[in-house]
Design a protein around this ligand. Sequence first.
Ligand code: TPP
Ligand code: MG
Length: 572
Amino acid sequence: MYTTSTAVLDALEEAGVDCLFANFGSDHTGLIEAIAAAREQGRRIPNVIAVPAEMVALSAAHGHAQLSGRAQAVLVHVDCGTQSLAGGVHNAAKGRVPVLIFAGTSPATQEGELRGSRNEFIQWIQDVPDQRGLVRGYVSYDHEIRFGANAKQIVHRALRIAASDPRGPVYLMASREVLEAETVRVDIRREHWSALEPAALTAEAARDIASSLLEARRPLVVTSFVGRNPAAVEALVELARELAIGVLESVPNYMNFPTTDPCWQGCQWNEPRQNAVLGEADRIVVIDSDVPWIPTVSRPRADARIVHIDPDPLKIRTPLWYLPAEASFRADAAVAIRQILEAARSLRRPHHEAPIAERRARFAALHAAFARELDAHERPHANGITPEHLTAAVRAAVGEEAVVMAEAVTNYHVVTRHLRRTRPATFFTSGGGSLGWVGGAAIGAKLARPEALVVALNGDGSYLFSQPATVHWMARRYATPFLQVVYNNGGWKAPRVGAIAMHPDGAASRAANVDTGFAPEPDYAGIAAAAGGACALRISRADEIAPALEAALAAVRDEQRCAVIDARLVER
Ligand SMILES: Cc1ncc(C[n+]2csc(CCOP(=O)(O)OP(=O)(O)O)c2C)c(N)n1
Ligand SMILES: [Mg+2]
């Protein structure tokens, strides 16, 4: 029997969706039947992964797409499952991650008119006026499949929109009757539905930017997510090295630039001080960034000339957003950087050589000083574990190739600096602000790159947000072992330090308790052991770090099970 459900599965398979992260309900009878039938008949369909909590499902699809570059699919139950996707929808939207979210709806008939008509009390309760409206503020496209006859076309269209810049989540829904209905098999041509081609700069714009970079005294690239495409990192390295341009990462969401390269000028997060390199730059190219700086604390000089290249330079979905750029371009970073590089090669003249050599030396000196500062911070602390020492030890233990998924909050800047990544596609954050992405994302990463060592680095609060029981059950069930380190600082540090910074002499600064601490603390690692047989370790002394990492990596590599290290950080 060929039903709309069969057609949906066919379309996902044709589109190259590897995984369907599924949380089933009574709306999915047609899909459950079609999945079983496909397996019985030996027809290829995406790998169905059962996920006991929807936010974890979406985070896994998110992590997978970040590594594979391919949209994955998430199947949820009516309005309830859609709401349970929670902040995962925000993260996928803000992180520009392609994903298809597919939900059933309550049956649309109640007297047995069609197969799938209502037969359970909950189907009256779950009938809501605007199910798609739950996610409309975040998705790039939402629609309802009403007939089997064009279900495949709608799935392909949705995936095409998801995969085209600016990428993001898309949402489809269909009633149980539609998913149960028999239909005809439609043949599509894959190439008619591929993502849009990456956009380029005009030749004139490429020349203008190249010439302004050649003439600059302190040219700087500021980026957050150029590294979502490893080819863009390669191009940026070539451009920066050839023209001696500094590269400053602002809230990096990917590995954007090798930290060992003398052009790398560090990264800036929420540090409440002017960034010196940013303040010195006279020409700035902002490439792929939502927050290139925070003007109330750190900004370019008033006479700096700024251009902006981005898949979505208008940031239409961010109500308050502007940048003092003299020109903005909607273009793909890899394409645009190559164009600028070619133009610079043709425009370069002998009189450019001395200034290029001068700034090359300046950036190299700044880089060397910064590296010395990092070294100093990594030294063990007598009283316990510092996040800098811990991160340096993780770096040494896991190596340059390991894939790191980070949700480290007040330690983001520590993690990004001290991991000192050198290779593209070895560092990821959610790109959004809804905590709880990290565990699902680690599973998605491991599914996308089974041969990689996957490492999750996260706060204790973020660990609890991530639904660790679901995550670690999945990790065992689907053989996706990873190493997880909990940067345990006793609770939610971010809101506490935020309040005290806003009211330095206020009551909160004097209070012993501001309701952000987790004492008595849960046994973080024990949760993972109970749910998925993870190797559970708990440390609080500096000399315990290296042995714990060794034991944890042995569990991940040799026993193929997760390891969770609960690292109690020293109070500072
Ligand atoms: C879903 C969600 N709820 C609440 C917040 C607000 N919030 C921002 S940081 C933070 C604390 C996170 O704790 P933890 O992961 O331990 O990091 P720490 O601040 O301690 O470094 C909270 C609750 C959020 N960003 N996302
Ligand atoms: Mg914390």
